[in-house]
Design a protein around this ligand. Sequence first.
Ligand SMILES: Nc1ncnc2c1ncn2[C@@H]1O[C@H](COP(=O)(O)OP(=O)(O)OP(=O)(O)O)[C@@H](O)[C@H]1O
Ligand SMILES: [Zn+2]
Length: 481
Amino acid sequence: MLLQLYNTLTRQKEPFVPATPGYVGMYVCGPTVYGDPHLGHARGPVVFDVLRRWLLHQGLQVRYVRNITDVGHLTDDADEGEDKIQKRAKLERLEPMEVAEKYTWAYFDAMDDLNVLRPSISPRAAGHIPEQIELTQALIEKGHAYEKNGSVYFRVSSWPEYGKLSGRNFEEQEAGARVAVREEKEDPRDFALWKAADPEHIMRWNSPWGQGFPGWHIECSAMSLKYLGEGFDIHGGGIDLQFPHHECEIAQAEAAGHAFARYWVHHNHVLLNGEKMAKSTGNLVILRDLLNQNEPMVVRFYLLQSHYRSVLDFTSAGLEAARNGYLRLLGAYREVRRQLHAAKPGKHAALEKALDTLEADFSQALNDDLNTPQAIAAFFVFLPALNKALADKAGKDSLERAEKVFAELGEGVLGLFPARVLEARLGGALLDGLIQLLLDLRERARQEKNFALSDWIRHRLSELGVVVEDTKEGPKWRVEV
Ligand SMILES: Nc1ncnc2c1ncn2[C@@H]1O[C@H](COP(=O)(O)OP(=O)(O)OP(=O)(O)O)[C@@H](O)[C@H]1O
Ligand SMILES: [Zn+2]
């Protein structure tokens, strides 16, 4: 395995070696489902989707867990404020779980449109309360957590390694705990594992410490360990989660005696007007609007055109440029598929050579810390040679190989060419109507026993990639280009 990944924990690129040969366990922090996803929410899922697809392409088996936070994420990261979902529920006059359900599906729908493979497991925090209580109990037993007035806090002073992921020193950790430091905490850096529920708090469960709800960080430690086991391979998320969220996840798991994630991969932010796109500030582009107004693959292509560790400042001009680039690649892929129908056997030397280069450059790019812009660039370098070969009416063997490379790398790994896009019926109702007209003509020719004409119509359609099948219900057609 030649993949090098930048590991936030060691602050360097490292060769990726799975803990168990042949298998990869990967956990990515998912959304807190209290509002419509924005474009920023799509970046992580798309980037980690390509990582997952690249690992699958190497023949590895991947278990990919991406959680849904439906409880415990407060409006203030420093353990204060209201539960984000409960707050939204009051505004929308819904049950908190109705809010969670509504926005979970909005998120999943957007991910489907973006051709993001569904996770192997999408665990919900509210469905894993016993696991979170158990981990909290283990931490109390080991002296790394304490109960106060029905809430439980992690005792940061008992865990010297706290700070190793973010590199934050003592003062900087305190700064993270800024506002309204609760008097019941021994140390301002301590963070909640369990919170006692105020009388008006709706989302509450029984626990050994009375009725309450889990802290935000504990769900990810509990659920990743449950589904991926000790010392699992990759943990991902946005860089805003490095501190405190991921720092706390590590402390909770390791202080309880578990080996935790080995590679920490963090993607950078999508910006709007130079500021982080964020729900809480309203500085955002709603993902659904973008997907309705644009071919979702253009949005995916746009996200992959920058390296995941760089910021991506969203502009309409940038999206427009991505559309042009994407359509050039898609057009070339479609033309390969179209010419395949009529191609004669044989190889095209220059195309073969260009394919060798593309495959080598593509692998090198993705193995270098998932350099998707470089991998996409390899396709653009390939285009002139491909277009020349198409103009030359290249032989079928080479065209088949070109098609395979588009299918396996362009769709299989980058996820840019789902069947939906390849088979899009450009022209919609008019095209449908015209094809139906030709099929009706063919039917008439057959009734008049003019089989030469009916076969000729069918043949000409098939040259255009329209495949006609005679069924009991009459002729059916589909476009294969
Ligand atoms: N602008 C952004 N660019 C990239 N990733 C983002 C952006 N905003 C949020 N994320 C990522 O989306 C995931 C889910 O975020 P979450 O729903 O928990 O809160 P949030 O949306 O970040 O809240 P807010 O938008 O108010 O900052 C996290 O991994 C986070 O890093
Ligand atoms: Zn998490």
